[in-house]
Ligand binder design. Structure first.
Ligand code: ASP
Length: 452
């Protein structure tokens, strides 16, 4: 019993995920999940749905205040506009670079395997394309006319802009603002405690989320689209295990093995929620506590990456474009593929990391290269599962770039990064909220009060 209690959160979440896959697949394959059945009404659409949704709501509830306070304390912590600008430019360039490489590799793999040639699939006619926001609007909206409204709607880029500006002004006010800075630090810690509390129920929630997705997944559809699924998953894995790890090693010298070991926790949450945005609290926790990256860098690059950096989504777009072009017998040629690369990179900047947004971006790409947008209906059936996998790749890309930027700015504690046990929390101290964490919190407030 004691041993079970001591399991790390990641191990427990992994167990939840494994059980979720097993139970979900059982429900799916046994045919119990038909509309109106007891299992469908009370278990899949009842229990699993409610537990999963509650957890996602809790994560989303944390995102805006967490980004606001951690970014604010990060900017105040850097306290130097040059450094801030440098971090921003490095992160932006690396995000664009990794996305462009991701999609180029995806197109190369997909064309090599000629997926979709000679296939004859019927499109799901229920699919209606939604428009992605035009780039001009994305740019204009970076400056919010009403920051509270931007926060209320969870818009990441305007929130980041306003928060950085606020932080810069606090720094400029200087000594007079020291009480506010102390308050911001405490608020940031409070938000991190909230993440800890939410994480305690994570293994059960992940079980419910995965079991529901698997129970609903059409397994025959996977067979039907085997070529597409296989090539897409392979391209995603190549990017995760080779491209990103080579980039990490080359630019920072950090150990890819340690990186993979530590990022696992955030990947599981990305997989379960299919949302980079909802995963922000977990990514931030992993990056700061397990990898030893300073909050001043992570608080900016993580939410920024969740919005503008989507390597996995770009890969899906590359593979899907080749697949649909082959099915419809359209010859795209080099210009066509270059347009796809450019459009995917631009589209990823303008769209938030939420479930299914990849399809919206895909319709924009199809439209540009003259492919029939209804073609998306062909891959719709397997998109939820693909979304889960690509979201895990998306947040891994954010973390790689964050690590590189932090290392180059000497904002990464190598000892913590190389310590396999750093930041691991077991249920023992995960549940010990009232005593240990309460004392810690009281101490933080005390020292903040003593400072003035
Ligand atoms: N779900 C993905 C994310 O949140 C975006 C997508 O590919 O649909 O990163």
């Amino acid at each position: 019993m004691n041993e079970i209690k001591k399991l790390s959160l990641t191990s427990k979440v992994l167990i939840g995920m494994g059980l979720g896959i097993a139970v979900g697949l059982f429900i799916n394959l046994s045919g119990l999940n038909f509309k109106g059945s007891f299992v469908n009404t009370y278990v899949v659409e009842g229990l699993f749905y409610v537990v999963g949704k509650l957890f996602i709501n809790a994560l989303k509830m944390l995102v805006v205040p967490l980004v606001f306070f951690s970014l604010l304390s990060g900017v105040c912590g850097i306290g130097n506009l040059n450094v801030l600008g440098r971090v921003g430019i490095k992160a932006f360039l690396l995000y664009i670079l990794t996305t462009a490489i991701a999609i180029a590799v995806a197109i190369t793999i997909a064309t090599t395997f000629e997926i979709g040639h000679g296939m004859n699939l019927a499109a799901d006619t229920n699919f209606t394309a939604q428009a992605a926001p035009p780039l001009t609007d994305v740019l204009i909206n970076i400056i919010p006319t009403n920051p509270i409204e931007a926060m209320a709607q969870g818009q990441m880029l305007p929130l980041i802009f306003f928060t950085i500006l606020l932080g810069v002004c606090i720094v400029m006010v200087g000594a007079k603002a020291k009480d506010i800075v102390a308050g911001i630090e405490v608020a940031n810690e409070i938000m991190m405690k909230m993440v800890t509390i939410v994480m305690v129920v994570a293994p059960y929630a992940v079980f419910a989320l995965i079991a529901k997705s698997m129970a609903e997944l059409g397994i025959e559809l996977l067979n039907h689209l085997a070529d597409y699924v296989l090539v897409l998953v392979s391209a995603l894995l190549v990017h995760l295990f080779f491209t990103l790890m080579i980039i990490l090693k080359t630019f920072s010298g950090l150990s890819p093995r340690m990186f993979m070991r530590k990022i696992k926790e955030a990947q599981i949450f990305a997989f379960s929620t299919a949302s980079s945005n909802a995963t922000i609290p977990v990514t931030l926790r992993v990056i700061t506590e397990k990898m030893g990256i300073d909050n001043s860098v992570a608080s900016f690059t993580v939410p920024f990456g969740a919005t503008i950096n989507m390597d996995g989504t770009a890969i899906m777009q590359g593979v899907a474009t080749v697949f649909i072009a082959n099915i419809y017998g359209v010859e795209l040629g080099l210009t066509g593929y270059l347009t796809v690369i450019m459009m995917s990179v631009l589209a990823s900047i303008g769209t938030a990391g939420v479930p299914g947004v990849g399809l919206i971006m895909l319709s924009m790409v199809f439209y540009q290269v003259g492919l029939p947008v209804e073609g998306i209906g062909l891959i719709l059936g397997v998109d939820r599962l693909m979304d889960m996998i690509r979201t895990a790749v998306n947040i891994s890309g954010d973390a790689v770039v964050t690590a590189i930027v932090a290392k180059s700015e000497q904002k990464l504690d190598q000892k913590t990064y190389n310590d396999p046990l750093a930041g691991i929390f077991t249920q023992e101290h995960g549940l010990d909220i009232d005593q240990k964490d309460e004392r810690e919190l009281a101490k933080t407030i005390q020292s903040a009060q003593n400072r003035h």
